[in-house]
Design a protein around this ligand. Structure first.
Ligand SMILES: Cc1cc2nc3c(=O)[nH]c(=O)nc-3n(C[C@H](O)[C@H](O)[C@H](O)COP(=O)(O)OP(=O)(O)OC[C@H]3O[C@@H](n4cnc5c(N)ncnc54)[C@H](O)[C@@H]3O)c2cc1C
Length: 479
């Protein structure tokens, strides 16, 4: 039975979140509206400072928080945007001071309302975590690993989790076993979530998985921003253009530093040795990143990351799910990170959890969460579908990508999008629209609005008439 106090947060009820990273923190904030206590169980020890920790190895690499994600995080933590610059985060206008060498060359630069922040992933997580540390309903249990789910006797409801905890910070093992009971358990334990095995252990089927892998690898490093450096930009992105496999990004972050991440698709992994890294940077379609870092002072080791496959666990398709258990963040769907969608999708999932809990509690008597799990996972799959389509259709441009072949629709989208991007190289309006889709503010269907469609058709007609003129000229010369 669920506590009848759910939705009345001044009376005893308990939610538990597995994983204290971005998805877990955002979910915990939402849960604290409905539950008297929220416990976040995190394997790592967590600091008040933006320190690197083992549970999020990806934090050593470039992370962009898309505009949609920033807006949602501001909604969940009012005022946090104003705290970011004070903490060192750098305000960036995505269309004005972030250079982009895209498939049609340099994109246009202009001021827009696409204001975001450049900061390390560790600082972003730390800023959110501090808000949760200050939330009186939220408790962190640190250095603790969730091992399994607890359920009621007929296994229809998850009633908590079994946890192993470290006894002191020097230990590598987690000897103390404790059971935590809760009305709702949220799995936000990331790409390596053990939820499929946990569910099997209490008599449920594991979800089907869809995996699309372009075998993209990251290598990253921090540099000291040179004292005499001056430029009219704060970041630069050079994208890979299939069949060319290489790309890279450099941005200023807090602490007068640059983060530089080089990427290679199809196992063309950027090297982790000094000379190899620089040579890789020089080999990009545009050498601007190499030119910027070649004489700069590195201040971190070179770090590689290769677990970048798109992996979607289809909990929404399961015919049975226990009540009292939902999943979100990378635990449900981890994207190829190069498109920067993970944190924003986790933020959208947190908002959805808010909506679903609110509807559930207005429809049913307080405390009845039956049906919430399936409803939430089904709605979440609709949110995931758009970034999934965007990420996988880009990955399918590379012949080395595994996980099926692009459908005719995807192939059409790729060709159509190429036309939009080529047009966007000379059109601020189209580039803005493209950025809005990339930042998950608008759906990709906006590319098919009549004004865009007309421009694409005109371009295709112009190109094919130029092609046929060239052929006629060649035929005349041949005669
Ligand atoms: C190289 C790379 C670059 C990326 N770049 C971007 C980007 O530019 N923009 C973007 O939006 N996203 C990016 N992402 C994705 C982003 O990091 C994630 O989507 C985001 O962190 C949300 O993940 P999460 O909170 O679901 O899981 P994670 O961040 O993976 O966190 C899972 C947490 O759960 C804890 N945990 C795991 N198992 C247990 C357990 N059994 N018990 C207790 N605790 C547990 C871990 O210690 C960890 O703290 C990138 C990812 C990678 C790999």
């Amino acid at each position: 039975m669920f506590s009848s106090n759910i939705g009345k947060p001044d009376q005893e009820s308990h939610a538990l979140v597995i994983g204290g990273s971005i998805a877990g923190l955002l979910a915990a904030q939402v849960l604290s509206k409905y539950f008297h206590r929220v416990t976040i169980i995190e394997r790592d020890r967590l600091s008040e400072q933006p320190e690197q920790r083992p549970g999020v190895p990806q934090a050593l690499h470039f992370h962009i928080l898309l505009k949609r994600g920033l807006d949602v995080i501001e909604q969940l933590f009012p005022g946090i945007q104003n705290e970011l610059p004070a903490s060192g985060a750098i305000a960036i206008n995505a269309s004005a001071n972030f250079l982009w060498y895209g498939i049609g060359g340099w994109t246009p630069r202009f001021n827009s309302d696409l204001n975001v922040y450049s900061l390390s992933r560790n600082l972003l997580e730390c800023m959110i975590r501090r808000r949760l540390f200050a939330n009186k309903r939220v408790v962190f249990v640190q250095a603790a690993i969730v091992e399994s789910l607890l359920s009621n006797s007929n296994k229809t409801q998850v009633t908590g989790v079994r946890v192993r905890q470290k006894l002191d910070s020097k230990q590598d093992t987690y000897p103390r076993q404790t059971d935590f009971t809760a009305d709702l358990v949220v799995d936000a334990s990331g790409r390596n979530s053990h939820a499929p095995q946990w569910l099997e252990a209490i008599g449920y089927k594991p979800p089907q998985e869809t995996v699309v892998n372009s075998f993209l690898g990251y290598t990253s490093r921090l540099y000291q921003l040179p004292e005499n450096f001056s430029a009219d930009w704060l970041g630069v992105l050079v994208t890979a253009k299939a069949p060319d496999t290489r790309g890279g990004v450099l941005t200023a972050i807090e602490g007068n530093r640059w983060i530089v991440t080089l990427v290679g698709v199809g196992r063309d992994y950027p090297p982790t040795d000094e000379a190899g890294f620089l040579n890789f940077a020089r080999s990009l379609r545009n050498p601007i990143i190499y030119e910027t870092i070649k004489d700069a002072q590195p201040i971190s080791p070179l770090t590689a990351y290769h677990r970048t496959e798109n992996r979607w666990r289809h909990y929404e398709k399961l015919s049975r799910l226990p009540s009292g258990f939902v999943l979100l963040g990378d635990a449900v769907c981890a994207f190829n990170p190069v498109y920067g969608q993970g944190m924003t999708t986790a933020a959208n999932a947190a908002l959805l959890l808010d909506e679903c809990l609110s509807q559930q509690l207005s429809r049913h008597a307080h405390g009845n969460l039956v049906g919430l799990s399936q409803n939430f996972q089904k709605q979440l799959s609709k949110i995931i579908a758009v970034p999934w389509m965007m990420a996988t259709s880009e990955d399918f441009r590379f012949a080395t990508t595994v996980g099926g072949r692009p459908s005719l629709m995807t192939q059409f989208m790729q060709i159509y999008l190429d036309q939009v991007l080529l047009l966007a190289a000379d059109s601020a309006d189209l580039h803005k629209l493209f950025l809005e889709v990339m930042h998950l503010l608008k759906p990709p269907s906006v590319f098919f609005h009549s004004t865009v469609l007309k421009q694409v058709l005109q371009r295709i007609i112009k190109e094919s008439s130029q092609k046929s003129n060239r052929t006629e000229d060649r035929l005349l010369v041949d005669h």
